[in-house]
Design a protein. Structure first.
Length: 69
């Protein structure tokens, strides 16, 4: 069974791709082995998505590749 990490003491940082506007406020918590917790900073008590480190890395590579085009 997959279990979510305990995020009660997580330190969240705003994604460098979030401009602070009202529509794109993504925060990521660091320090979880092989996991990347992600949340909407506008709803800090809302749901958290947890990605594996490898799929998250692939996602970021895709974003960076798009920025160069």
């Amino acid at each position: 069974m997959n279990r979510l990490p305990d995020l009660t003491t997580a330190t969240w940082r705003k994604s460098s791709y979030s401009d602070g506007g009202g529509t794109n406020c993504v925060e990521v918590a660091d320090g979880y082995a092989d996991l990347v917790p992600v949340r909407d900073s506008k709803v800090p008590d809302g749901r958290v998505l947890v990605f594996g480190a490898s799929p998250w890395g692939s996602f970021l590579m895709g974003i960076k590749r798009d920025d160069r085009q």
